[in-house]
Design a protein around this ligand. Structure first.
Ligand code: HSE
Length: 312
């Protein structure tokens, strides 16, 4: 294979009760990336459409993730050809739906395909985390893992990296409202408390276990009861204009639960079925206008495949 194009999905990290350990991939919302094997040696980003981001591979999340993969490949005796990458960015930076992760995970996934898959999905996640580190200062995996594995993923452990791909009910949808303000993940992390009370921890891990059990058993009631975050949301929601009312509107129009998507400002709701998702989308589109902030609403089925080849 000399070239390929892929779709790298947007992702919702945390999903309320799973700060840094839970994430899910979305259908339809995502970036498109075009790779080519080149005669010129090295790894380069030729163009980025739709965003003003550095082309220098050492300063770009896709670039750094790709470098991490290629350096490991070389350290294991591989002799890679040259590669060039063109990115169509559809996910805005600082949106909370995994913009940097889509670039980083797409880059390593595409390179791995062109090298005939020398690396496992788990290894790809560890390379992509280098891109996340560049973007936010922290190598969190809860956006890149669902991009690479698809569906819902649990980061059971960071050291050693241990990822569990979780099942997902067939008709689960996500609705995401993205207010067009930027919140940098690094800033949204810097305001978090580093200590929890035992009561908060108990509530949080009860809900995390409940959500995962609900995914395994298709129990929408359990999923709904478990979409609660007593640790991060009370602090970060203050950065999102209209958060409380937006969440209330989602719940009143039938969402199973709602919360902050990743580090915000996007707010997500989960829904059972497309019709429910569409009516939530309609309700929040009307309700959010009062804040005078431009916004976009995405309505997407859960993407159980993750990154997809769109042209070989
Ligand atoms: N878990 C990360 C955070 C996700 O909440 O900071 C960022 O997208």
């Amino acid at each position: 294979m000399k070239k390929l194009s892929l779709f790298s999905p947007g992702t919702i990290a945390n999903i309320s009760c799973g700060f840094d350990v839970l994430g899910v991939a979305l259908d339809e919302v995502g970036d498109v990336m075009h790779f080519e094997v080149t005669d010129k040696p090295g790894w380069q980003i030729s163009e980025i459409k739709g965003a003003d981001l550095p082309l220098d591979v050492a300063k770009n999340t896709a670039g750094v993730a790709g470098l991490s993969l290629l350096n490991t490949y070389k350290s294991q005796g591989g002799d890679p050809p040259g590669f060039s990458l063109m990115i169509e960015k559809n996910i805005k930076a600082g949106s909370g739906i995994g913009s940097s992760a889509a670039s980083a995970s797409g880059a390593v996934w595409g390179l791995n395909e062109l090298l005939n898959r020398p690396f496992s999905p788990l290894e790809l996640v560890s390379f992509a985390m280098e891109g996340e580190k560049l973007a936010s200062g922290v190598a969190h995996a809860d956006n890149v893992a669902p991009g690479i594995f698809g569906g819902f993923t649990l980061i059971r452990s960071y050291e050693p990296l241990d990822i569990v791909a979780l099942p997902c009910p067939d008709d689960l949808y996500a609705v995401v409202l993205h207010p067009q303000i930027e919140i940098k993940t690094q800033d949204a992390r810097s305001i978090l408390k580093t200590q929890l009370s035992l009561r908060q921890a108990t509530t949080q891990w009860g809900n995390l276990g409940g959500l995962i059990a609900g995914l395994y058993t298709n129990d929408y009631g359990l999923i709904s009861r478990s979409l609660v975050d007593v640790v991060v949301e009370p602090i970060r929601s203050l950065l999102i204009p209209g958060f409380d009312e937006l969440k209330k509107t989602m719940l009143e129009s039938g969402a199973l639960g709602a919360g902050i998507s990743g580090s915000g400002p996007s707010v997500f709701g989960l829904a059972q079925g497309n019709d429910q998702a569409r009516s939530i989308a309609q309700a929040i589109e009307i309700n959010y206008r009062q804040w005078g902030i431009d916004f976009e609403v995405h309505c997407a089925k859960i993407n159980t495949q993750g990154i997809k080849m769109i042209q070989a």
